[in-house]
Design a protein around this ligand. Structure first.
Ligand code: GDP
Ligand code: IMO
Ligand code: MG
Length: 432
C-alpha cells in the first residue's frame, strides 16, 4: 500500500476510524496529524467497541506502529488514561506508540477558557467539545504554547508554565471573574504523567520519513472533517486546526510528494454536531428517525448529531480542497428502508443557482438545497459482502455519487463492524 490520507469529507464522524482500521492491515504506520481529544473514532471488532480520541485507530492491530504528530494538541492526562484503557482491553501500546515532542499541550486553563468563552457567547456559541482545543491552538499560534518536549526538562517547563499562568490567571479573574490556577499543582501533575510517557516521546518526523524511505507505508488518520477545517470550513463554526489533507504534511513533517492518495470518507447522508449551518438538515421527526437508526450520538460528548441528506455541493468542495482521488462511502445501511433518497446537487440563494460551495457563513445561511430524488433500494444491506450482490438502486446511487463528486468509490460500508466493509472493483467487473 502507498501512503494515504484518510480525510472526512463532511462535518466529522463520517466513519474515519472504521475505514482506518480496515486499511491498517495494509499499512505499517498510522498517524494522527491534527486535532486532539475532540475526536472520537469508533472501531467495532466483534462484540467489542473501541473509541479512540488521540491514539490512531490502527493501534487495535497489534503489530502496527502508531504516531501522534506535531500538529495534534495533547491533553496529557487524557492520553494517559486512553493508553491505560486500551491496556485494560488487552491492547498494549508499548514500543509501538510515538508521540511528537513538538506537539502542543492542552492545560486545565485551556479547558476552562474553552468552556467560559462558549458560555459567554450564549446563542452565538460554536458548540465546542469543551476539550480546550481552540485555546490550546491559540497559544500555539501566539507562540506562547508549551510542547510535549518541554515537560521533559523540569526547569524549562516550570518557567514556561509560570509565564503562561501569569497571563491566564489575569484573564480568568479580571475578564471572567473565575479563580486562579496554581503553577505547582499543574506542574506536579504533568511532570508525573510525562515521567510515565517519557519512553513514547520522539522526533516523529524522522521516524516517518525514514520509514517511507525504506518503503514502508503510512496511513494518515484525519480527525474532524473538511467543513470543520479552520481555513476551508464553515468558519467560525469550525474546529481550530487544518483537518484537510494539507494538515497531514504540516502536522507530521512528511512532504506532499510522499503522499500518493487522499481518500475522502463520505457518510451516505450528512451529520453535524455543534452549531453552524447544515443546509440539508432533515425536519425534526425524520431527523429523529435517522438519528436513531444511525446511532448518531457524539462519540466524544454523547450529544445528538443533527442529520440531513447527502450534500454533493459540500462533498464536491471537499474533493477539490483535499485533492481526494478515492472515496469510502459509509453508513449506507442506515438508508436501507427508505422509499426515496435525496441528494442535494446545487443551492438556490437570493434567486441565483449555486454549483459551488459558498464559503461564507452569511451566504450559506440563506442557501436552500436543490434536490434530486433516487428510488431507495429497500433491501437489508448489512449482510452484503460484494458489489455484485448490490441491488441495482444502490449501484445507481453509488454511481451518481461518483459522477457528482468526480472520484471513484473504492470502499463502501454497510455496518459498524470490521467485516461490513466492501472493496469495490467495478473496473474489474466492467473489464472481465
Ligand atoms: P469518525 O469520527 O469519523 O471515526 O466516526 P465516529 O466513530 O465518530 O462515528 C461513526 C459511527 O458510525 C460509529 O459509531 C461507527 O461505529 C458507525 N459506523 C461506521 N460505519 C458504519 C456503517 O457503515 N454503518 C453503520 N450503521 N454504522 C457505521
Ligand atoms: P471526529 O474526528 C464531529 C466540532 C464540535 C464543534 C466544533 C468545534 O470524531 O470526526 P472543538 O472542540 O473542536 O473546538 O469544537 O467542531 N467537532 C467535531 N464534530 N466530529 C469531530 O471529530 C469533531 N471534533 C470537533 O462539535 O462544533
Ligand atoms: Mg467521531
Amino acid at each position: 500500500m502507498s501512503n494515504i490520507v484518510i480525510v472526512g469529507a463532511q462535518w466529522g464522524d463520517e466513519g474515519k476510524g472504521k475505514i482506518v482500521d480496515y486499511l491498517t492491515v495494509e499499512a505499517d504506520y498510522i498517524v494522527r496529524y491534527q486535532g486532539g481529544n475532540n475526536a472520537g473514532h469508533t472501531v467495532v471488532i466483534g462484540d467489542d467497541r473501541y473509541i479512540l480520541h488521540l491514539i490512531p485507530s490502527g493501534i487495535l492491530h497489534k503489530d502496527k506502529i502508531c504516531v501522534i504528530g506535531n500538529g495534534v494538541v495533547i491533553d496529557l492526562a487524557d492520553l494517559y488514561s486512553e493508553i491505560k484503557g486500551l491496556e485494560s482491553q488487552g491492547i498494549s501500546v508499548k514500543g509501538r506508540l510515538f508521540i511528537s515532542q513538538y506537539a502542543h499541550l492542552i492545560f486545565p486553563y485551556h479547558k476552562a477558557l474553552d468552556k467560559i468563552k462558549e458560555e459567554r457567547k450564549g446563542l452565538e456559541k460554536i458548540g465546542t467539545t469543551g476539550r480546550g482545543i481552540g485555546p490550546a491552538y491559540v497559544d500555539k499560534i501566539a507562540r506562547t504554547g508549551i510542547r510535549v518536549g518541554d515537560v521533559l526538562d523540569r526547569d524549562v517547563f516550570y518557567k514556561k508554565l509560570e509565564d503562561n499562568l501569569k497571563e491566564k490567571n489575569e484573564i480568568m479573574s479580571k475578564i471572567y471573574g473565575l479563580g486562579s490556577f496554581v503553577t505547582k499543582d499543574i506542574f506536579d501533575e504533568y511532570i508525573q504523567i510525562a515521567g510515565e510517557l517519557k519512553e513514547y516521546i520522539a522526533d516523529v518526523s524522522w521516524i516517518l520519513n525514514e520509514a517511507i524511505d525504506q518503503g514502508k507505508s503510512v496511513l494518515f488518520e484525519g480527525a474532524q472533517g473538511t467543513l470543520l477545517d479552520v481555513d476551508h470550513g464553515t468558519y467560525p463554526y469550525v474546529t481550530s486546526s487544518n483537518s484537510t489533507c494539507g494538515g497531514a504534511c504540516t502536522g507530521t513533517g512528511v512532504g506532499p510528494t510522499k503522499i500518493e492518495k487522499a481518500m475522502g470518507v463520505v457518510k451516505a447522508y450528512s451529520t453535524r454536531v455543534g452549531e453552524g449551518p447544515l443546509p440539508t438538515e432533515f425536519p425534526p421527526e425524520f431527523g429523529e428517525k435517522i438519528r436513531a437508526k444511525g446511532e448518531e450520538f457524539g462519540a466524544t460528548t454523547g450529544r445528538p448529531r443533527r442529520c440531513g441528506w447527502l450534500d454533493a455541493v459540500v462533498t464536491r468542495y471537499a474533493v477539490m480542497i483535499n485533492g481526494i482521488n478515492a472515496l469510502a462511502v459509509t453508513k449506507l445501511d442506515v438508508l436501507d428502508e427508505l422509499e426515496t433518497i435525496k441528494i442535494c446537487t446545487r443551492y438556490e440563494c437570493d434567486g441565483k443557482i449555486l454549483d459551488r460551495f459558498p464559503n461564507s457563513i452569511d451566504i450559506l445561511k440563506r442557501c436552500k438545497p436543490i434536490y434530486e430524488e433516487h428510488p431507495g433500494w429497500k433491501t437489508d444491506t448489512t449482510g452484503l459482502t460484494q458489489y455484485e450482490e448490490f441491488p441495482q438502486e444502490l449501484k445507481n446511487y453509488l454511481d451518481r455519487i461518483e459522477e457528482l463528486l468526480e472520484a471513484n468509490i473504492e470502499l463502501v460500508s454497510v455496518g459498524s463492524k470490521r467485516d461490513q466493509t466492501i472493496r469495490i472493483s467495478k473496473q474489474c467487473e466492467a473489464k472481465c
